[in-house]
Design a binder for this molecule. Sequence first.
Ligand code: ZN
Length: 348
Amino acid sequence: MSIGNNMKVKSIKVFGKGEVGLEETSFAVTADETLVRVTRGGICGSDIHYYQHGGIGDFSLCHPMTLGHEVIGRIHQSGQTVAVNPSKACGKCFYCESGNSNQCVNMEFFGSAMRNPHVDGGFSEYLSVSKQQLVPYDDTISDDVMAFSEPLSVAIHAINQAGGVLGKRVLVTGCGPIGCLIIAACQAAGASEIIGTDLSERCRDIALEMGADKVYSPLESLPTEYTADKGYFDVSFEASAAVQAFHGCIDMTRAKGALVLVGMRPGMVDFPLTKCLAKEINIRGTFRFVSEFETAVRWLEKGKVNPLPLLTRVFPFTQIIDALKLAEDKTSAMKVQLSFERRDEKFI
Ligand code: ZN
């Protein structure tokens, strides 16, 4: 492959429901952007949704789109290892100017059909990206670890939305990849006690490895002290998207505590209005991240969070269907990654 204008680049495209495959297209680096050779990408739940349903939530695909937003790579010119921030905010709107660029009204987020035309994602051999989206990191840290930069930044933003967790008792319902990263980030951020719940024993075991003090199946009875005296936890993170877990969080979060909504589900959810207002529970949403992306890169670089218990398997990107099939199997997969390295290619 020659590097220059109109080179051919392979990308992983979703064409519609159940239709994902490689496509080779002409590629040119946009003026004032940086050419990045992608090395590794993590498959996220949203990529799986596009594959399974041809859309996510209220957004359906209107045209083919490159998947992926958890990517790392190397700057082609220098060989510098970089984590690629998938958010490109406008920097000019009210939200950008007030430091909340995750709410940018003109956001271009990798691999998202929320805007039309859709924004292509990062599962591509090469990317042309704005310099502001690149966070350099120490190249002695493995790709396995650094490809967790984006999901870890989601976890850290959730903690910031809770107002921090230092010295606090924390409940995390749902110990999938994001729930487990919230657990690890809460431990790094000084939570005094971290309890996780999940239906899957495998997920609960990984939650313990990631830093939970105790884990429970929501099907067993949880200690009565969690609901006594108006609740036990200062902060609850609902990361399962299960309605029962949401109700459990409301019962177990103490009066005046915070409940952060992380798990996403379409449609409406009933909720006990009187209980929430009487306990003065602070219910907060959390969406993507702002400066937490840099924080996540530094935390991984310094080993403040070890994400490796979450890594199920790495596939060559050409085996995308096998990778998606494993990633969608919740009984055996946590995080599945794609390697974009080629044997015939040397990086600096
Ligand atoms: Zn903006």
